[in-house]
Write a protein that binds this ligand. Structure first.
Ligand code: NDP
Length: 313
């Protein structure tokens, strides 16, 4: 398939594997890239030296394009960007911050820059900042998200109406049929997170992967809007948040309840009770853990089947 996104990244399929903390290291990113999609190393959970190792290992594991996702929530951003430039990474997805901060700096180094947004307002800001493409992430998505609860179905056409740059849809996409649906609405490609959590190559804990494939409809919720909204699985930590709300918790109480490294505890260390289990609504449609290449291939097969079905309407 050829379109604006495959051409922008030099990939076979317009499928981007989302950068996900504690989940998308070099193994997952290189597997997705080798399968024809675009793999992303999630730098959010990586100290600079760790990111360096992951980029170098990814470069050894694939000769296909791959990128790095840098959420601007973490310390050492300057060092992370320095390493990205030094090691010759060609594609960077920035998120959770202002697109103006890094876009021109990276582009001057010959890097393609994509920014992740959850609203039309930030999509317009990203276009103004000169990004090469945007990811528009709906309310269904896992992990950090917008406050406005705009769903993928609403967000894509709203952004398409106002923007000229390529659009990558995210949030609720785990199948080729969903990919086709977003493309009919105006997307040029998709970013897929949750489906790749349940992959052999994801570095997340096996217990977390198991929890993801066992979760059903209604098992996730977007919480902590007072801080930074995050969609997670309803476990004991989620229940503690609900109890805190019921007791009239202040913002400071919530910060203190969240503590430090909750996501690592859940996603990477496998604490299913106390950890923060970030995943999208679409987890309820995912029932198997499989190799990343099978996920990419299955999505493309489903995409072709869905296209034929549409032709019969
Ligand atoms: P925390 O901020 O709680 O902790 C930092 C984590 O990042 C640790 O696990 C640490 O690893 C890792 N890390 C990677 N690189 C660095 C670095 N250079 N310096 C320090 N730590 C690093 O992590 P979260 O991922 O849970 O949260 C990220 C941000 O998002 C925070 O600002 C947090 O407050 C916010 N947040 C907000 C939420 C909400 O409001 N809904 C929910 C979750 C997070 P190690 O443990 O190995 O040191």
């Amino acid at each position: 398939m050829q379109n604006r996104i495959t051409e922008l990244f030099g990939v076979k399929y317009p499928i981007v594997q989302a950068g996900m903390i504690w989940t998308s290291g070099w193994r997952l990113a290189s597997a997705v890239s080798n399968a024809g999609g675009l793999g992303l190393i999630g730098a959010g959970s990586m100290y600079p030296q760790v990111l360096r190792e992951h980029i170098q290992k990814c470069q050894q594991a694939t000769d296909k394009p791959f990128g790095v996702n840098v959420p601007m929530l973490y310390p050492d951003l300057d060092k992370l960007m320095e390493i990205i430039v030094e090691l010759g990474v060609k594609i960077v997805f920035t998120s959770a911050g202002n697109p103006k901060t890094w876009t021109s700096y990276l582009q001057e180094k010959g890097i393609t820059v994509v920014h992740v947004v959850s609203s039309l307002k930030f999509a317009l800001k990203s276009q103004e900042a000169g990004v090469d493409a945007i990811v528009v992430e709906g309310f269904e998505a896992g992990g950090h998200n917008g406050r406005d609860e705009t769903t993928t179905l609403t967000l894509i056409p709203a952004v398409k109406e106002k923007l000229d740059i390529p659009i990558i849809a995210a949030g609720g996409i785990a199948t080729g049929a969903a990919m086709l649906a977003t493309m009919i609405l105006g997307a040029d490609g998709v970013q897929v997170g949750s489906r790749f959590v349940a992959s052999d190559e994801a570095s997340s804990h096996q217990l977390f992967k198991q929890k993801v494939i066992e979760s059903g409809e209604g098992d996730t919720q977007l919480v902590l809007k007072e801080l930074a909204p995050v969609r997670l699985i309803k476990n004991k930590f989620y229940q503690d948040i609900q109890n805190a709300y019921a007791n009239g918790a202040s913002k400071e109480d919530l910060i203190s309840l969240l503590g430090r490294a909750r996501a690592k505890r859940g996603i990477f260390e496998g604490d299913m009770e106390e950890g923060e289990l970030e995943i999208g609504q679409v987890a309820s449609l995912i029932h198997t853990i499989k190799p990343a290449a099978s996920i990419v291939n299955d999505m493309m097969t489903e995409f072709e089947i869905a296209k034929k079905m549409v032709a019969s309407f």
